[in-house]
Design a protein. Structure first.
Length: 290
């Protein structure tokens, strides 16, 4: 079916690498199938959603020996944008063209050996820089430097530290990454402020037997989103777990933070949850954090 769309495996990998979050990847691949060969898929009774999920799983897992044979070509394609940036930076320092090519090739080959792709690098950058409680730029730089060094990275002009610094600067200057970092920082700040504001609700005497304590109306008045989710989750944890208030808030923040960091849209998650409830039926023990 993918052959009918005109997309090759490498092109599909590029599409998947371009989008952060499984939901967005599924949406884009489904759009391609529907746009290119919707009638044929319907005629063959192909479940486009299942086909897309299988495709993503295949692309993420690789394809054994074939992937090893094409490793250099794939890595060059994967890091085309990064490679261009590195070449410009090194050339601006007065380095000869041949030396620039050799240095950039060595960096990209090392990233391929580490089985890192651009999405993973950008995701780690967003994770560490987009949350004020994480290590920020210094932590990202140190983490990447250690990975490069552990893989035995060495070249004539670049050390592991310098190479990691250039990759960090690339992420800093990439507009779409910067926008996500900005949005995540704002979201985490809103979550932290909400957890402070509802502290007096969480510290109410809790009952070890009553698990059906109602969430305060003032909490439910918070507009739907991750800000409300973290408050509701913290409230539930406080009344159902033997942890301190602070521990409950930290755990709730960490759990919701996963969705924020990895680019999951709240309303998309809510819609998916509703569909699951409709298909499976609402059970009395189901707990909604929406």
């Amino acid at each position: 079916m993918w052959a009918e769309t005109g997309y090759k495996v490498d092109q599909l990998r590029e599409v998947v690498a371009r989008y952060r979050g499984r939901a967005k990847q599924r949406e884009e691949l489904s759009r391609i199938v529907i746009e290119k060969c919707k009638k044929k898929a319907r005629k063959m009774k192909i479940d486009i959603g299942a086909m897309v999920d299988i495709t993503i799983a295949y692309l993420e897992s690789g394809d054994g020996d074939e992937q090893e044979v094409d490793r250099n070509n794939n890595s060059t394609s994967e890091f085309k944008e990064l490679g261009r940036y590195l070449k410009e930076e090194l050339a601006s320092l007065g380095m000869k063209k041949l030396s620039v090519e050799e240095e950039v090739t060595r960096v990209i080959q090392t990233l391929a050996e580490l089985e890192l792709n651009l999405v993973q690098i950008e995701t780690e950058f967003i994770s560490l820089v987009g949350d004020s409680l994480m290590g920020g730029l210094a932590e990202f730089h140190t983490s990447l430097e250690k990975k490069l060094a552990a893989c035995g990275f060495h070249s004539k002009y670049l050390s592991a530290r310098l190479a990691a610094g250039l990759i960090m600067e690339f992420c800093q200057e990439k507009e779409e990454v910067g926008e996500v970092v900005k949005q995540n920082r704002k979201m985490f700040d809103e979550m932290d402020n909400s957890l402070k504001d509802v502290s007096h609700f969480i510290t109410k005497p809790r009952s070890d037997t009553d698990m059906s304590i109602s969430i305060p109306r003032s909490v439910l008045s918070i507009p739907p989103g991750y800000t409300r989710m973290v408050v509701v989750l913290s409230f539930r944890l406080c009344y159902s777990c033997r942890m301190s208030e602070e521990e409950c808030k930290v755990m709730a923040r960490a759990m919701v933070g996963v969705w924020v960091t990895y680019g999951f849209d709240y309303m998309e998650m809510k819609d998916m949850y509703k569909k699951e409830r409709m298909e499976e039926g609402k059970g009395v023990d189901n707990l909604s954090l929406m």
